[in-house]
Design a protein around this ligand. Structure first.
Ligand SMILES: [Zn+2]
Length: 269
């Protein structure tokens, strides 16, 4: 790829501050120049300025998907390694009462295949951007839903809520993780459970460094601040693989609503 890309400044997803500068500029493993910013208020590391969404779509089509998508073995057998690990974390912590599952960034749909094999009758839904993967998912009998977490929109019939939502290694690619989390919250009822996993920036060597495909580099503190701001309660969390942070969450009120309630309770005695 040539180096004529334009860069755009973005606000911090946690505190909303805007910095029209960056701290460090490096060449990443794709030979792309990336500009890294650390928010002085909350310490989140993110690419700022960064490419436009159009530029990113080109990058994913021409380079990234070819490197990351071949999650099919030569004999076309599915790979259930990740699905097994995720479901173990969810089920072993007692979250087994679900009749509908949404996998966001479902890839080839192995997670949903695994769930359906082990829990027949569960309604399975996938959100996925790759056309190839979508076809495979539909052929395997799962429902595709149109969810654009970057644009802040989704086309879901009526007021559909999901008992279990899984989103692994997606948030760090999204344009606005705070908005994405708010949209996901809208897809949950009071007893829904959300499983999220992201690379842990505190293990930066093991997660293979900084590169243009990851727009955000989360630490546990960053994740908990985001959850707190938007309104999620962490039920269980872990760092078992020494490279990823994972959380099982349920909805709660946002920090804004909780603080406002405190004032009203005080006023009303
Ligand atoms: Zn900030």
């Amino acid at each position: 790829m040539n180096n004529t890309k334009k860069y755009y400044f973005v606000a911090c997803p946690i505190c909303g501050c805007k910095r029209y500068g960056w701290d460090i500029s490096i060449k990443d493993k794709f030979e792309e120049e990336i500009k890294i910013t650390v928010c002085p208020n909350d310490g989140i590391i993110y690419l700022n300025p960064r490419w436009s969404k159009t530029q990113y779509i080109k990058f994913y089509k021409s380079i990234y998907d070819n490197l990351k998508r071949p999650d099919v073995q030569e004999n076309n057998k599915p790979i259930f390694k990740n699905a097994k690990r995720v479901m173990k974390r969810i089920l072993n912590n007692g979250f087994n009462q679900f009749n509908s599952v949404l996998d966001i960034g479902a890839g080839r749909g192995w997670m949903l295949e695994y769930i359906k094999m082990n829990k027949p009758g569960v309604e399975t839904f996938a959100s996925e951007s790759s056309t190839d993967c979508k076809i495979q998912i539909e052929n395997n009998g799962h429902n595709i839903i149109d969810l654009d977490l970057d644009l802040g929109s989704h086309k879901i019939n009526g007021n559909k809520k999901f008992d279990l939502i899984i989103m692994r290694h997606v948030l760090e690619h999204l344009y606005q993780p705070n908005i994405a989390l708010s949209i996901i919250k809208d897809l949950m009822h009071d007893n829904s459970v959300l499983y999220i996993a992201v690379p842990n920036v505190n293990r930066i060597k093991r997660i293979k460094g900084f590169h243009c495909a990851h727009l955000y580099y989360f630490s546990d503190i960053n994740m908990r601040t985001l959850f707190n701001n938007i309104g999620f309660e962490v039920l269980v969390s872990g760092d078992e693989l020494k490279s990823e942070l994972w959380y099982i969450l349920k909805k709660s009120d946002s920090i804004y609503k909780r603080q406002l309630d405190k004032i009203w309770r005080y006023i009303n005695g």
